[in-house]
Design a protein around this ligand. Structure first.
Ligand code: GAP
Length: 495
């Protein structure tokens, strides 16, 4: 096994991501984005903002990650944001009991109570994945939020690191509604960090304790839930939907809505947006992701329908986006707990708006895109690489000089500066053989490389090597920037 046998290893090897505090032994469930990962992430976020937020009535906020306890008491997190935990009697390691039962006994225990799972552990044998000892039927409820105290003395306030970005949007809603001219539908987005003290963080970027969410709360008049701007354009988008009975149906979102397999037109519209982004922008083939209608055991009590996006990964099918029809639950509970008015008056009618929520996870989306772009080494290439869509790559282009002498490296620096001044993200590399430099660029997912050679000095042309085909063509300097920029343009009309 080399250091780069799979996508995750290559990501760590090239420092796209770095395990947090690694030199001090690491801290499970936390990863830093390195220079390449940060570039890819920024490009993903920029495309996402273009695709999801560039619409009439959509706004973005940037709230604090610390919230008062009262917010999370009202939202129900303090009472019920818990996971079942079981500790090994021998090695003392703690695990998610439901995950172990599912993995080892192949039993779905979604929605099963702690008592129910304890019964399963007493009847069937489940073993500690670390030391192999049989686990006791002694599951405890483990609270998943990070508590903290703010300030000191009499003015000390109890709070938490937020477990989702959504709550700030709900509590800020009255102010934002007023500031944005009191119109519905109103989409309020927040892109930011969330924190969950997962019992056993694992599977790379899939289950983290600190991660980023891209959440949109769409506030609407429930009587106008079928009036969705942009519906005509997207209604024909075909998606795969896994139904509650486990069967798959592939059809347009309009047809699925007609069969009542999607809770409402807003959710249908967002499923189409998500599918198009995953396929066209992230480059994940459409047969590698699906939507899944959650069964009654998995659906939160306040929701009138949840549909998850799931992606096929090295770790199995994983949820990357949650869509929920949250009704007026959140505004209603915050109104009750805070004593403030969360109702709106639109066209002379006073009511509490309903909410549809698409909630995307950044790290899972990032990992899914990179895993599907991963190409193992083969006969043509002795190195693993990323076939990332050009618009997501950490650099648009790398510039090399064939050799360092005879003024070629100076010329390469000059070309690099010209491309950079033309708005392209470039990197000039002089070290190692030209083959090694191509390999390094492939590992980073750079879509093309420009090499300066002796002919450049004579006729001003350069060699452009394409990452995917490894073919090389000669291009005049006058066309170079436009050619590279043309490839780096994202689809779907995103700029
Ligand atoms: N406001 C709704 C909400 O937070 P969620 O399904 O708990 O819903 C939404 O989270 C998305 O956030 C998930 O689909 C996933 O992509 C991401 N996410 C949730 N927990 C995560 C974790 N522990 N590590 C990484 N991503 C996570």
């Amino acid at each position: 096994m080399s250091a780069t046998d799979n996508a995750f290893d290559l990501l760590v090897h090239k420092a796209f991501i770095i395990p947090s505090c690694e030199v001090y032994g690491g801290i499970g469930g936390f990863y830093d984005f390195g220079p390449l990962g940060t570039r890819v992430k920024q490009r993903m976020l920029s495309a996402w903002r273009d695709w999801c937020l560039r619409q009439e009535g959509f706004f973005e906020i940037d709230g604090s990650v610390v919230v008062r306890k009262e917010v999370l008491v009202a939202s129900g997190h303090v009472k019920s944001f818990i996971d079942p935990m079981v500790k090994c009697g021998k090695c003392q390691e703690a695990f998610r009991a439901d995950h172990l039962i599912e993995e080892q006994l192949k039993r779905n225990v979604e929605g099963t109570s702690v008592e129910g799972m304890n019964k399963i552990l007493s009847k069937s044998k489940v073993f500690c994945p670390s030391c192999g000892t049989r686990l006791p039927a002694a599951i405890e409820e483990f609270h998943m939020m990070f508590p903290l105290s703010v300030g000191a003395g009499k003015k000390m306030i109890e709070g938490y690191l937020r477990p989702e970005t959504a709550q700030t949007i709900f509590i800020d809603f009255p102010k934002i509604f007023k500031a944005t001219r009191e119109k519905l539908p109103l989409g309020i987005a927040q892109l930011g960090r969330s924190f969950r003290n997962e019992i056993s963080p694992r599977q790379g970027l899939i289950r983290l304790r600190e991660f980023e969410q891209l959440e949109i709360e769409i506030f609407l008049d429930p009587e106008k839930i079928d009036e969705v701007a942009g519906w005509e354009k997207l209604k024909g988008t075909a998606v795969t939907l896994r139904k509650v009975d486990g069967g798959d149906e592939i059809a347009s979102v309009e047809a699925l809505l007609g069969k009542r397999l999607i809770p409402n037109k807003y959710v249908a519209y967002w499923l189409a947006k998500e599918a198009l982004f995953y396929e066209k922008v992230l480059g994940i083939p459409s047969d590698k992701f699906r939507f899944r209608f959650l069964g009654p055991d998995e659906t939160p009590f306040y929701s009138k329908g949840n549909i998850d996006m799931e992606v096929s990964t090295d770790y199995g099918w994983k949820e990357t986006i949650g869509n929920a029809y949250r009704t007026d639950h959140d505004l209603g509970t915050h109104a009750k707990s805070s004593g403030k008015d969360f109702a709106v008056t639109v066209d002379g009618k006073k009511f509490v708006p309903h909410v549809v929520e698409p909630s995307w996870g950044l790290q899972r989306m990032f990992y899914a895109a990179l895993e599907h772009a991963y190409r193992p080494k083969d006969r043509d290439r002795e190195w693993a690489w990323f076939a990332l869509p050009a618009w997501l790559a950490p650099y648009d282009v790398n510039v090399f000089s064939l050799v360092k002498k005879d003024g070629l490296s100076e010329k390469a620096e000059e070309v690099n500066s010209t491309l950079s001044a033309a708005g392209l993200s470039t990197f000039c590399d002089h070290s190692g053989s030209i083959g090694k430099r191509y390999a390094r660029a492939d590992e980073m997912g750079v879509p093309c490389c420009v090499t300066i050679d002796y002919q450049t000095k004579e006729d001003g042309t350069v060699t452009v090597r394409d990452r995917d085909t490894m073919k090389q063509v000669r291009v005049g300097m006058a066309y170079l920037a436009a050619m590279i920029r043309g490839r780096a343009k994202p689809p779907l009309g995103i700029t």
